[in-house]
Design a protein around this ligand. Structure first.
Ligand SMILES: [Zn+2]
Length: 183
């Protein structure tokens, strides 16, 4: 049985259990205060206990919250995996179309959980990496990144030849790059 009690402005989750003594924890990441207490301990003893530990509680809550802010929990693993699957399906569909339309082919591709760039191309092996961040972007944006990396299979840098090919294969690419804030 769990109930919420309020003690001097603190919200405490109190659970009665078959335990020998009272046990208090401050939970990550939000600093929830959770107490388990034996059935026979009255509420007022719990309240007195919390008051006696108030300084410790405040410190623990700040510590837990500061830690959570500095190291945000990674997105739920399952959700990430499903995003990865969806993105892979989209790439499997679009990549061959773009390769065929341009005559530029890669030697393989990988979806990587990278956060600072949308894609990369190994100009020696012609393997391209595509960021998992693309899972939340539009088809046009995905096409742009795929094309960008495919062009790198023949032009390693971002010189005039690179932009000439971009213009040829995707005349509206500048607008898409802007939306992606692509460097
Ligand atoms: Zn590039």
């Amino acid at each position: 049985m769990t109930k919420l009690i309020y003690i001097d402005g603190l919200e405490v989750e109190l659970t009665r259990k078959r335990v020998k003594k009272m046990n208090m924890r401050v939970k990550a990441p939000d600093g929830r205060i959770v107490i388990s207490a034996p059935y026979i301990v009255p509420d007022k003893a719990v309240i007195a206990f919390v008051r006696s530990k108030r300084e410790w509680i405040d410190r623990a809550v700040s510590r837990v919250r500061a830690k959570a802010a500095a190291h945000p929990e990674p997105a739920d693993k399952k959700e990430k995996e499903s995003r990865r699957r969806d993105l892979k399906r989209r790439i499997e569909e679009r990549l061959p179309v773009i390769e065929k339309a341009t005559g530029l082919y890669c030697n393989g591709w990988t979806v990587r959980d990278m956060h600072t760039r949308w894609g990369s191309c190994n100009t020696r092996t012609h393997h391209i990496n595509l960021s998992l961040m693309l899972a939340t972007r539009s088809d046009a944006e995905l096409d742009y990144v795929i094309l960008h990396e495919l062009v790198h299979t023949v032009v390693p840098d971002h010189g005039p030849d690179f932009y000439a090919l971009m213009d040829r294969f995707m005349p509206g690419w500048k607008k898409i790059r802007k939306a992606l804030n692509y460097g």
